[in-house]
Write a protein that binds this ligand. Sequence first.
Ligand SMILES: [Zn+2]
Length: 115
Amino acid sequence: MDEAVLHTARAAILADLRARGLEDVAAVSALEEAMSQRRWWVEQWPDGLPYVAGLVAQDVQDALLDAGRRWPECRHCPAEAPLHTLAIEPDLGGPDPVWVCEEAGAEVGPLGGLA
Ligand SMILES: [Zn+2]
């Protein structure tokens, strides 16, 4: 188990939650829950390690969406565009996950690098 990879993944997602002002108790607890499930998953399947960060980000997106919250909102597009969120690519979660705006067909930045 490569703890550094898990630690880096958690820090990256936390940074991107913070970048959108969503670093609150509910969001952080969704992150912890996703981390613990994916930790178990990667213990069963060590080759999945490169996918963990992107998968956790997707898990957190899903958990927030279930609570009626959308993250991360796209700031790549003009402010007058309807509110929409970014997606993780590759869809499998990795390796080297990046945020993309599917509306614009543009890569916005690496996971953990939202401004
Ligand atoms: Zn966009």
